[in-house]
Design a protein. Structure first.
Length: 342
């Protein structure tokens, strides 16, 4: 009798190991579910699809908002430093912060993890961060996919993607149409680099020896702004918002104002964080810094001047918004005043 030589496991895919991970995720999910949560009497994790009951959500004229994002090459530093417990927070933040730009309350989250070879402990650490991010943003991890892909990814490589869904009343949607002439642009501080510009960061650090403090700074998870922004939308205090990610401050703000209005930004007012000052020393131009990194601004809101005092009261000490510009009807689409102060 001919001996069977080939198997899926020998090709590099371990289904049994993946099933163990699914059971682990399901166990954690059930621990985090409360009676008031919007789930049906079905397994939370492990089915072909996930359930979320929106019939009990009391929102008039509800609109579903969805988004997807990843973490980019920040995952390469997680691999380099062998630290995986915060990268999942980044994943949730990149999606949830996009949801609240439109005034949507995050409901649930799904993840996609692709690996060359599934390592249970590494996957558990990544998922720990995802659960933490969901807890901060008050949404639920209700499903996902872990794909073992030998030949596509090398043994220790992985990639992450996230998918989030939120809900908002049609009358509460934050849209560029709300923005008016003479509205004020407020910057909300970031807590670091967040999740953009890491290809340049990696090029800069190269093979340099990095101390523990710098490792923690580079892997500091993206700030989640959902609670603060939703408090503002609830009180109708802001006109529109912008999550400052790829493309930097100007390009993201342009997405949040109508075609007939213009941006006026005083660059000298930007409160630049220490990490960006260190990066700037690596022969990077001001324009490149502004387009690649958030430079200390993780989120922006545009609002009538009369609401500024009320808006500031909704934030903790480290994240109080401050004025960096205003909206006008000038001929030039973008007016940048003065220079960044390093």
């Amino acid at each position: 009798m001919k001996k069977i030589q080939n198997s899926y496991k020998k090709s590099g895919v371990n289904i049994s190991l993946a099933n163990r991970l699914v059971k682990h995720i399901s166990k954690i999910s059930k621990k985090n579910v409360k009676k008031r949560d919007n789930f049906l009497d079905e397994d939370l994790i492990g089915g072909f699809g996930s359930y979320f009951d929106i019939s009990k959500i009391k929102i008039k004229d509800p609109v579903i908002v969805s988004c997807t994002d990843g973490v980019g090459t920040k995952i390469e530093l997680a691999n380099k430093f062998k630290k995986y417990d915060t990268i999942g927070i980044d994943l949730v933040a990149m999606c949830v912060n996009d949801l609240v730009v439109q005034g949507a309350k995050p409901l649930f989250f799904l993840d996609y993890i692709a690996v060359g070879k599934l390592e249970i402990n590494k996957a558990k650490e990544i998922l720990k961060g995802i659960f933490r991010g969901c807890k901060i943003s008050k949404c639920k991890l209700i499903g996902g996919e872990t794909a073992e892909m030998p030949g596509v990814y090398s043994k220790d490589k992985f990639d992450l993607a996230g998918f989030s869904v939120g809900i908002v009343s049609k009358k509460k949607i934050l849209t560029k149409k709300n923005v008016k002439n003479k509205d004020i642009i407020l910057a909300i501080p970031s807590n670091g680099i967040h999740s953009n510009g890491y290809s340049l960061v990696r090029k800069i650090i190269g093979k340099k020896k990095i101390n523990k403090n710098m490792k923690n700074e580079l892997l500091k998870p993206t700030k989640i702004y959902s609670e603060e922004i939703l408090n503002l939308t609830k009180k109708n205090l802001i006109s529109s918002a912008a999550h400052i990610t790829g493309g930097g401050l100007v390009e993201n703000l342009l997405r949040s104002i109508p075609e007939n209005l213009n941006l006026n930004i005083d660059l000298s007012k930007i409160k630049i964080g220490k990490i960006f000052k260190l990066l700037k020393k690596e022969n990077i131009s001001d324009s490149e810094m502004l387009r690649t990194f958030n430079c200390g601004i993780g989120f922006c809101i545009i609002a009538p001047e009369k609401n500024i005092k009320k808006i500031k009261k909704k934030f903790s000490k480290n994240y109080i918004p401050y004025e960096i510009g205003y909206i006008s009807k000038d001929k030039k689409k973008v007016n940048l005043f003065k220079n960044l102060i390093w």
